[in-house]
Design a protein around this ligand. Structure first.
Ligand SMILES: [Zn+2]
Length: 484
C-alpha cells in the first residue's frame, strides 16, 4: 500500500503539483456507551478506513478522500482536478513553511486496547457506577464511556513517512436533581489524566467510586443552597472550570487561521491581531500559557501533526505577554507575509484533521497554564478576603471574537476573610477576556495542577470534533462580576 501511495504522489507531482500528501487510515474505531438511570441508553460502535489526499497546485489546495481504494489513481486525479479549479480563484497563494523530513512513529501510551475489551465488561462498569450514583437526592444519573483507537500513516512528496497509533479513553458521570424552585442542578466528574497510560486500564473503579460519593454530597448541598450573590468578588477557579476558561479565551482565540479571518463559524473570530504578537499584555505577569503537544499521556499529544511536523511545547503567553499562536505550515507563512515581518519561526505542529475525509486545520494541542508560586488551594483561600470558589462547567457563552465571556458553573463556595463559609447555587461569572486575565492575582502550585480532557472540541465546516487536554492550576482573579 505504501508503495502505491508513493507512486501516486510522484505521478501527481510530475503532473505539476508543488506538494502532495496522503493520510491513510488502515482503521479508525470508536465506541460510545451511555447509561441513563440504569438503562443502557445508547451504544454506538464504528469502524472506518480510507485515505485523504491533499494536492497543492499553483498556490491552491485540492482535496479528495475515499474509503474505496480500488481506484487509487482516481482519488489522486480528483484531488489534482480540485486544486486546478481552486487555483483559478485563489486570492492568497498557499505557501508552506519549511519543515524537517521525518521517518517516524508515534504510539500513545496504552496497555489494554479498549477495542479488545468485551462490550459486556464495559456495560458492567457503567452498571456498577450507576448503582453508586443511585442515592438519595439524585433524580437523574448519567455515565458514559467514549473510546477511540486508530492507525494513521502519513506520506508526502517531500519524503516524510510517519505512522501513528492513537488510543483515547474518556469517561464521565453526572448527577442531576431539581431544587425547590424547579431549577435543574447538576454535578459531574470527568476522567482526568493520571498515571502513564490511557488504555482501558485508566478506567479506575476506585477513583470513580470516590468521586461518585463526592458529587452526590455536593449536589445535595447545592439543592438546599442559597443563590449566588450578584456582586464583585475574587473568583477562585478549580480545574473543572479553569480548563474551559483557558479553552475558550486562550485556546480558540490563538488559533492562527482564525486570527487571519478563516474558520469563523462557531464564534470563531479572534480579537487578536498580527500586531499584537510580542506586545499585547494578555494577562498579569503570573500568566504563562503554552500549547504543549508533547505532554505525555494526554489527548492533545499526537507525536506529529497532519502536515508531518513534530508536535512541540510552544509558548503562547510569556509572563502575561502574547508571544505565540497555535500554528500549522500554511498559516505561519501567510501571517508572516501579511505582517511583513517574521512573527513565526515555522510551524508549531498543530494542524490536525479529525478523520481521513477531513482536511487538517489548526487545532489546540494541550493548552496549559504553568503552575505558579501561590501555594495550595488552601493557601489561596487563606489569602482571599471576599471570594467564591467555582467548579464544573454548566453553561458557557462567548463573544464572536472571544473578547467577552459568561460562564455558569455547577457549584460555588463563598470565601470570607480566608474561610470557606457556604455553598451557593446557580453561580455565574462574566468578564472581558484581556482585563480578566490581567486580574489574575494568584496561581496555584504543582499540587493544584490537573490535566482535564476534552473529547468534543468542535471547529470547521464541515465540522471536525477534536480531542485535547488542558493542564491547569487553580487560579484566582480579582474584582469579577458574579451572579448575573
Ligand atoms: Zn473548542
Amino acid at each position: 500500500m505504501q508503495k502505491q501511495i508513493q507512486q501516486q504522489i510522484e505521478r501527481i507531482k510530475s503532473a505539476g503539483a508543488t506538494y502532495v500528501d496522503t493520510r491513510w487510515y488502515p482503521f479508525d474505531e470508536s465506541n460510545f456507551l451511555m447509561m441513563w438511570n440504569g438503562n443502557l441508553k445508547r451504544t454506538a460502535m464504528a469502524r472506518e478506513s480510507g485515505i485523504g489526499v491533499r494536492v497543492l497546485y499553483k498556490g491552491a489546495w485540492g482535496f479528495c478522500a475515499s474509503s474505496d481504494l480500488s481506484d487509487m489513481g482516481g482519488i489522486y486525479d480528483k484531488a489534482l482536478d480540485n486544486a486546478r479549479a481552486a487555483a483559478e480563484k485563489v486570492t492568497f497563494p498557499v505557501r508552506l513553511a519549511e519543515k524537517d523530513i521525518l521517518e517516524a512513529r508515534f504510539e500513545s501510551p496504552c496497555q489494554i486496547n479498549p477495542s479488545d475489551v468485551p462490550l459486556a465488561e464495559k456495560v458492567a462498569f457503567l452498571q456498577e457506577m450507576d448503582e453508586k450514583l443511585n442515592q438519595k437526592g439524585v433524580e437523574q444519573r448519567i455515565s458514559y464511556l467514549n473510546f477511540m483507537h486508530k492507525q494513521m500513516i502519513f506520506m508526502d512528496s517531500e519524503g516524510s513517512q510517519i505512522e501513528k497509533l492513537i488510543t483515547e479513553v474518556f469517561g464521565e458521570m453526572q448527577v442531576t436533581s431539581k431544587d425547590k424552585q424547579g431549577v435543574s442542578q447538576l454535578r459531574s466528574y470527568r476522567l482526568k489524566r493520571q498515571g502513564d497510560t490511557r488504555g482501558w486500564e485508566s478506567i479506575d473503579r476506585q477513583k470513580f467510586s470516590e468521586n461518585a460519593e463526592r458529587i452526590i454530597q455536593e449536589l445535595n448541598a447545592v439543592l438546599v443552597a442559597e443563590d449566588c450573590p450578584k456582586e464583585d468578588r475574587s473568583v477562585i477557579l478549580l480545574p473543572g472550570i479553569m480548563y474551559l476558561q483557558t479553552h475558550e479565551t486562550i485556546g480558540h482565540a490563538l488559533e492562527l487561521d482564525r486570527i487571519l479571518g478563516y474558520e469563523l463559524a462557531f464564534a470563531g473570530g479572534s480579537f487578536v491581531t498580527l500586531e499584537d504578537f510580542g506586545k499585547l499584555r494578555y494577562g498579569s505577569n503570573k500568566l504563562t500559557a503554552r500549547a504543549n503537544g508533547v505532554l505525555s499521556n494526554s489527548p492533545g499529544s499526537f507525536g506529529y501533526d497532519d502536515d508531518g511536523v513534530a508536535a512541540s511545547d510552544n509558548l503562547l503567553i510569556d509572563k502575561g505577554i502574547l508571544v505565540g499562536a497555535i500554528t500549522g505550515r500554511q498559516m505561519v507563512e501567510e501571517a508572516n507575509a501579511r505582517a511583513r515581518r517574521q512573527i513565526f519561526d515555522g510551524s508549531s505542529g498543530a494542524n490536525r484533521a479529525t478523520s481521513f475525509y477531513r482536511v487538517p486545520i489548526e487545532r489546540m494541542t494541550n493548552i496549559n497554564i504553568d503552575p505558579g508560586t501561590d501555594g495550595s488551594l488552601d493557601d489561596i483561600i487563606k489569602q482571599t478576603e471576599k471570594g467564591i470558589i467555582l467548579d464544573g462547567d454548566r453553561s458557557w457563552s462567548i463573544g464572536s471574537n472571544r473578547e467577552q465571556f459568561h460562564f455558569g458553573t455547577e457549584i460555588g463556595w463563598l470565601v470570607e476573610d480566608g474561610q470557606v463559609t457556604q455553598v451557593v447555587k446557580n453561580p455565574t461569572y462574566k468578564g472581558s477576556t484581556v482585563p480578566f486575565w490581567n486580574s489574575l492575582s494568584a496561581v496555584g502550585d504543582e499540587s493544584t495542577w490537573k490535566v482535564e480532557f476534552v473529547d468534543n472540541c468542535g471547529k470547521g465546516q464541515p465540522n471536525q470534533i477534536m480531542q485535547l487536554g488542558h493542564g491547569i492550576p487553580v487560579c484566582r482573579f480579582d474584582q469579577v462580576r458574579i451572579g448575573e
